[in-house]
Design a protein. Structure first.
Length: 183
């Protein structure tokens, strides 16, 4: 009896899910929270992740990296679907999130021939494996220190040059006053 009720509930749920309207704005929900959130996906940061994606209303994914190599990219630099980039922003390392991407933030009116019909939303399941923020890179901090040192050096050079010009001007002014007194 319980199995029959459970099967009926699953069928009703599936029927309702296929009849649901596509999202018109970006949505996301956490499927598995991260054990700790020390690093988050941010703009200009490197991220390594697995994903599974299917078109709205489709049962099977048309792309899945969970059984193969993860994807590595830099957000803000590499060409990434707008909806995926915005949906991943703020994710923690080791978090799994489902992202519902509306058609206009996915493939839009063109779709993806043979895989995604035109004007169809996408459903991404994303697991972030590793995040490297630009602020965590030693090259970032080394560059920042080098810029600060260069600024201090050039600032001091400019000030010493200004002081030399001011001293020269004052000397010239003093000579002009002395020559006026002598005449």
């Amino acid at each position: 009896m319980f199995k029959v009720l459970w099967a009926l509930l699953v069928l009703v749920g599936l029927a309702m899910a296929t009849e649901m309207e596509q999202p018109i704005e970006l949505r996301g929900g956490i499927l598995k929270p991260a054990p700790s959130c020390k690093r988050k996906v941010a703009q200009n940061g490197w991220v390594k992740f697995h994903y599974r994606v299917r078109a709205w209303g489709a049962d099977q994914p048309y792309e899945n990296t969970f059984g193969s190599e993860p994807v590595e990219l830099k957000l803000g630099r590499d060409k990434v679907m707008e909806g995926l980039e915005k949906g991943m922003t703020g994710m923690c390392e080791k978090e799994v999130r489902r992202i519902l991407i509306p058609a206009h933030m996915a493939y839009g009116e063109l779709g993806l021939p043979g895989m995604v019909p035109p004007n169809t939303a996408l459903i991404y399941d994303v697991e972030v494996l590793q995040v490297q923020s630009p602020f965590a890179s030693p090259w970032f901090w080394g560059g920042l220190v080098a810029i600060a040192i260069a600024y201090v050096i050039f600032d001091r050079l400019a000030k010493s040059e200004d002081q030399a010009k001011a001293a020269k001007y004052m000397e010239k002014k003093k000579q002009q006053q002395e020559s006026k007194k002598d005449s």
